[in-house]
Design a protein around this ligand. Structure first.
Ligand code: GLV
Length: 321
């Protein structure tokens, strides 16, 4: 008998086909994720769960699924939606998809740095509002990149990939990463500094740290106030790392110049959120890993983790628990 798995959304064929070869797969067919109560019902009795960042996976869910559950395979690198402790005490391994989304996410972080720095959103709006009448010497002036300082918060895989891109733009690089050695940072031409130095000296700040109890709300009112008034903040990591109300206040009172977000809190923002109407805030809908090759690889890796788990093998890409 094939192992039973639940896949909580339609994922790229690269992964689905592989799963269907080995497992009896129940695939949640809707665009919106299964509500928590529905997930609890639908997952009852499965041997493997393939989930996304939009699924809350906690002890109650794991108990509802039952003791036969052998693996939780998340199609994402970040796993803050999963209660890792609840999985560990039940001895359920958790898989994720690191590495394959590094370059695509770094590309998007850099796209957002450039978009916010060179005021792309405002420029498009300017044309759409019929304001473009001639070449103007002092209109829509943005930030310079060459020679500017980029502060990277979290110099892991994605942070380093952003550092490599920044080197091509002749930027000076600072990094804040409490668990890293200066030599490792120097390998990507970044200087490790304390958090306050990074805030004080950076013209651009890009966030690449996981969401943990330590990073939740890290960019609050006091922290934003330590940034340069000309600084630009980009977040492609997790929404709750930046306090949304503090960011709104900082952007409307000149505490910082501009920001760009791929992630928000909540996600999505309500359509009437005041953040959506700020000219100096660019928001995109959590598309960091949204390139064709990357999503195929993520689906494949998630499928490999799932299949390894349900067939009793160690996961090739396990989260350390
Ligand atoms: C997406 O946000 C991911 O963690 O892969």
């Amino acid at each position: 008998m094939k192992p039973k798995v639940l896949v909580t959304r339609v994922i790229p064929d690269a992964g689905l086909k592989r799963i269907q070869q080995v497992c009896e797969a129940d695939i949640w067919p809707e665009v919106m994720p299964p509500p928590y109560s529905v997930l609890k019902e639908r997952a009852r009795g499965v041997d493997g769960l393939l989930c996304l960042i939009t699924d809350r996976v906690d002890g109650d869910l794991l108990d509802a699924i039952g003791p036969q559950l052998k693996v939780i395979s998340q199609m994402a690198v970040g796993v803050d939606n999963i209660d890792l402790n609840a999985a560990r005490v039940r001895q359920i391994p958790v898989g994720h998809t690191p590495g394959v989304l590094t370059e695509a996410t770094a590309d998007l972080a850099f796209a957002l740095l450039l978009a916010a720095g060179r005021r792309l959103l405002e420029s498009v709006e300017y044309i759409r509002a019929g304001k473009w009448r001639t070449w103007e010497p002092t209109t829509l002036l943005g930030a310079d990149f060459s020679g500017a300082t980029l502060g990277i918060v979290g110099l892991g895989r994605i942070g380093k990939a952003v550092a490599r891109r920044a080197a091509g733009f002749d930027m000076r690089l600072l990094a804040y990463n409490p668990t890293m050695t200066a030599d490792e940072a120097a390998a990507v031409h970044a200087r490790l500094v304390d958090f306050d130095t990074l805030l004080r000296e950076s013209d651009f700040i890009s966030i690449h740290t996981p969401l943990t109890p330590q990073t939740r709300g890290l960019f609050n009112r006091d922290v934003l106030a330590k940034m340069k008034p000309t600084a630009i903040l980009v977040n492609t990591a997790r929404g709750p790392i930046v306090e949304m109300e503090a960011l709104y206040n900082a952007l409307t009172t000149g505490v910082i110049r501009a920001a760009a977000l791929d992630v928000t809190d909540p996600e999505p923002l309500p359509p009437d959120s005041p953040l959506l109407s700020l000219p100096n805030l660019t928001i995109v809908p959590h598309i960091g890993s949204a390139s064709v090759w990357t999503r195929d690889q993520m689906a494949l890796m998630a499928a490999e983790n799932l299949i390894a788990g349900v067939t009793g093998r160690p996961l090739p890409h396990a989260v350390s628990q």
